[in-house]
Each structure stands twice: as structure tokens, then as C-alpha cells.
Ligand binder design. Sequence first.
Ligand code: CMP
Length: 155
Amino acid sequence: MTEIQRTLVIIKPDAVQRGLVGEVVHRFERKGLKLIGLKLFKLSDERAKELYQPHQGKFFYDYLIEFMTSSPIVAICLEGANAIDIVRIINGATKPEEAQPGSIRGDFSIDITHNVVHASDSVENAERELAILFEPNELNEYQRIDDEILYSPEL
Ligand code: CMP
């Protein structure tokens, strides 16, 4: 079933530091995913903890928060057909040894925490995470000029 979804991507501090922002955004844009929101900022400790609340108590949690708040991130809201699963495939597996070449993590990371990107893993989490990082007026509704040729008409 095709469903138009929105998802959150974070370009993590390691990727911003390494000058990979354009490379990462390019991969989503060329797929046909629509940029709905995009901003660069330093994540506060409070927001990082809210975002990663499901991982609270895990052995890697404290370092994850420290890393994610260490320097600026880029938060992106993307929209498209089945965007949540598609973005996770483009990002690649979390474990570096499982991330396939051709995926963002497969091509650019070798560490499980410094792993370039984060993406929401479900519709519920996408809604939750987007609400933490974006104000409603930072999300833009618009037609892309190629919308009509990217998608077949509903059958
Ligand atoms: P992300 O997609 O941002 O979601 C949670 C993050 O926790 C994940 O990417 C990894 O960076 C990190 N993470 C998950 N599992 C581990 C682990 N076993 N050891 C260290 N970090 C982890």
C-alpha cells in the first residue's frame, strides 16, 4: 500500500563536521522525496533527551546524548510515498558492519554512534520526533514541479 508519509531525518554532528550535508540531502532529493522543513542548529540537552527517550537507560544513552549535543545538526522533514521505509533504506543499517555500500551509512560511516544520519522508524515516531524538532510553521506545504511525473495516477 502506498501512503504519503512525513519523516524526520537528522544529519548528525559527525556529518556536519565532515561537510557531508549536501551529499546527504542530495540523496533524498534525487530519490524524489520532498523537502518540507530543513534547519541547522545545536540540539539542546533537553530536546536530545526527549528525542531519544525510548533509549533511556541503555548503556549507550549517555554518550549518544553527549554526541548529539556536541555541535550542530541538520533536522529535515521529508515527504513522499512510503517515506519512512524508503528513507531507512537510503540511510542503511544502524550497525556499520551491516550497512550496505550505496547506502549513506554504508558509504560514509564505520561507527554505530557517529553514523551520519538518524531517521524515524514508524509513523508514530515520525509524528513524535517532528513535533520535538519543528514548529508547525516551519513545515512547508507545496507542490514540486515534478510531482506529476514522479507519481503514477491512482489506479
Ligand atoms: P539513531 O538512528 O540515531 O537511533 C538511536 C541511536 O543510538 C542509533 O542511531 C545509534 O547511533 C545509537 N545506537 C544504537 N544502538 C547502539 C549500540 N549498540 N551502541 C551504541 N550506540 C547505539
